[in-house]
Design a protein around this ligand. Structure first.
Ligand code: ADP
Ligand code: MG
Length: 339
């Protein structure tokens, strides 16, 4: 019988991988914001048009790329962040899969301008459906600007599958807020159709929360803090009387990465036991730090789920810490840790 198995061409493999990494404009926003943070940016700007359907642009003042790296960055499995599988258990970057830019470039028009510090000129690259159509030197500020236009231009089924602009914009804002909350030490700005949505100066965590959710948030927060051998917990829970019935603010960050965990959410809810009004949900901004060797982030390409070595211990610690903070707050409501 004749042989029938062939290796898929790169652009086809990239488009398949994109199916998992790039579901909607918000997924692009998340990947690009994370790249800017990994590049050491101190100020990051997000510009979006039509909820990201026609334009998503991220401008950072990070370390930039050489012209060779700029080209390489769009190759599949091309990364500067890990070199061996062992590195996966000692991660201090958001990225490591080397897939995002290759995936995005397979399903959109991409324009990159980048310049590392010390270089006199930068690099300008344009890509359409994985093919480089322009590469030239250019004048550009230190750092990187990446514009993603016409997402899913070559996959009409995916493009039609996108929701209304207001729904897609909501998702974009959610991703933006998650990243901004994880990094209060970085300045962020966001613009939609030329209007400014967020202007977030550098600050501490409390200032960042207030800058995003409004001045009234300040008096609603109860500080949470605990440090043990296996876990550090920092952040705030929202006083029970301000909890919401619908969509509350529920944020877990593990090692500065936003994650979703029904199990840890349950631990927080358990700590609020008896304090929440009927059917209300706890709101919280909780920052957990654990030894990277005790977690696995490589469960899904979007990296919003984590596998913990000792989930039960974390649950118990989280619950008792929050219970304690809520208890302290009710006897000494004037305490302000000013963090
Ligand atoms: P990953 O982030 O998993 O490494 P990406 O496809 O997102 O994979 O990016 C590929 C590489 O391109 C990164 O490892 C990094 O070296 C480079 N890169 C991407 N975005 C930026 C940026 N904003 N500034 C500097 N380098 C970047
Ligand atoms: Mg990345």
């Amino acid at each position: 019988m004749a042989d029938i198995i062939k290796l898929l061409p790169d652009h086809v493999a990239n488009q398949i991988a994109a199916g998992e990494v790039v579901q909607r404009p918000a997924s692009v926003v998340k990947e690009l914001l994370e790249n800017a943070i990994d590049a050491g940016a101190s100020s990051i700007k997000l510009i979006v048009k039509d909820a990201g359907k026609t334009l998503i642009q991220i401008i950072d003042d990070g370390k930039g790329m050489s012209d060779t790296d700029a080209r390489m960055s769009f190759e599949r499995h091309a990364t500067s962040k890990i070199t061996t599988a062992d590195d996966l258990f000692n991660l201090n970057t958001k990225g490591f899969r080397g897939e995002a830019l290759a995936s995005i470039a397979a399903v959109a028009h991409v324009a990159l301008k980048t310049r590392p510090e010390g270089a006199e000129v930068g690099t300008h690259i344009e890509i359409e459906g994985s093919k480089i159509i322009t590469q030239e030197v250019c004048a550009t500020p230190k750092g990187t600007s990446l514009a993603v236009k016409n997402l899913f231009f070559n996959i009409p089924a995916r493009r039609n599958f996108l929701k209304s602009n207001s729904v897609e914009l909501r998702h974009v804002i959610d991703e933006f807020q998650r990243v901004a909350l994880a990094h209060p030490d970085i300045a962020f700005a966001m613009y939609h159709n030329e209007g400014e949505l967020f202007q977030l100066p550098k600050g501490n965590l409390k200032q960042r929360i207030v800058a995003i959710f409004g001045g009234k948030t300040n008096e609603k927060l109860v500080p949470v803090q605990e440090e043990t051998d296996i876990l550090t917990i920092n952040g705030f829970v929202v006083k029970p009387e301000f909890s919401k019935k619908t969509r509350g603010e529920q944020f877990f960050f593990v090692n500065d990465r936003f994650i979703k965990s029904a199990y840890l959410n349950h631990a927080v809810t358990a700590a609020f036991d008896g304090l929440l009004p009927d059917r209300a949900r706890a709101s919280y901004f909780l920052y957990l730090k654990v030894d990277p060797a005790t977690i696995d982030i490589n469960i899904h390409p979007t990296k919003t789920e984590i596998k913990f070595d000792d989930e039960h211990a974390l649950y118990a610690m989280l619950r008792s810490t929050i219970k304690h903070s809520l208890g302290q707050f009710s006897i000494a409501p004037v305490l302000d840790f000013n963090r």
